[in-house]
Design a protein around this ligand. Sequence first.
Ligand SMILES: NC(=O)C1=CN([C@@H]2O[C@H](COP(=O)(O)OP(=O)(O)OC[C@H]3O[C@@H](n4cnc5c(N)ncnc54)[C@H](O)[C@@H]3O)[C@@H](O)[C@H]2O)C=CC1
Ligand SMILES: O=CCc1c[nH]c2ccccc12
Length: 295
Amino acid sequence: MANILTPIPQLKLNDGTSIPMLAYGTGTAWYKSAEGGVDRKTVEGVKTAIKLGYYHLDNAEVYNTEPEMGIAIKESKIERSKLFVTTKVITNIANIAQAIDTSLKKLQLDYVDLYLIHSPFFAKSDEDLQKAWAEMEKVKASGKAKSIGVSNYFESHLKATLATANTPPSINQIEFHPYLQHGSLLPYHKSQNIAVAAYGPLTAVTKAKPGPCDEKLASLAKKYYVSEGEIALRWCIDQGVVAITTSGKEERLSDYLRAMTFSLTPKEVKDLAEIGTQKHYRGFWKAKFDENDRS
Ligand SMILES: NC(=O)C1=CN([C@@H]2O[C@H](COP(=O)(O)OP(=O)(O)OC[C@H]3O[C@@H](n4cnc5c(N)ncnc54)[C@H](O)[C@@H]3O)[C@@H](O)[C@H]2O)C=CC1
Ligand SMILES: O=CCc1c[nH]c2ccccc12
């Protein structure tokens, strides 16, 4: 089993802070459909991740796993400053000031490193996006979030937000893998100095298999003596994109860390990207994207 021999690289955000480029999320394999008692399996999952060196933890109010993450952090006895904790707001988007307080209480933290608007689909107009963003800026000013950002935003949502923002979003967390590259969205982020984080980074080797990338992923895995999943994670990181993954299996989580021990060449990144355009696959928020597509 691999341990964290090579440190996880950090990406500098536009507000001067740094974010670890590999994260452990509690939204997919772990989320609870309703609030309830503490789920010890989730607590142990987060503790295992921290033990292995996953110091970037991703959460959201809708996952109902903030209490478990809070307990895991406490029980891990890890220094707060070593962790990078993200959470997101959507259910309580109408009262962001209260939502951050509730999340912090559940997480047993004084601040989060990153606070995100989970999706733009609550907004009926650009003004709704702009008002919500102004509330996010207040959260940052209060010190309850070191950085603020968005998730699942199209270019049009970012443009509307930037039109009135005093502080631009630091990051947009989107589904990103070879089968969902979003055309010009990544270059747009670069032009605005907004970072990108990928959820679902393993999709090409899990849910979207079989696909046109299979052969390339297999040959790269053979070349670097790693699994195809580690190639998929590296493909994000080598493009400057933060990868957010998860697993309930310690061995798998440990293996993902091998993605920190090599890099793909620019040609390998490009080849996989080109092959990936032959297939389109979206795993999350499908109905919302179909309904709202104005990209
Ligand atoms: N902002 C947003 O709207 C969203 C955010 N997220 C965040 O991203 C995190 C990761 O999202 P995922 O889509 O789960 O990431 P992912 O694409 O890395 O997939 C991880 C899943 O793949 C499974 N897996 C890994 N290797 C496998 C293999 N060889 N064969 C079969 N299955 C395998 C793992 O057990 C795990 O369940 C979430 O926990 C959440 O924190 C996820 C979805 C939406
Ligand atoms: O964050 C995206 C995926 C996800 C997992 N659990 C929920 C609950 C409600 C909305 C989205 C999600």
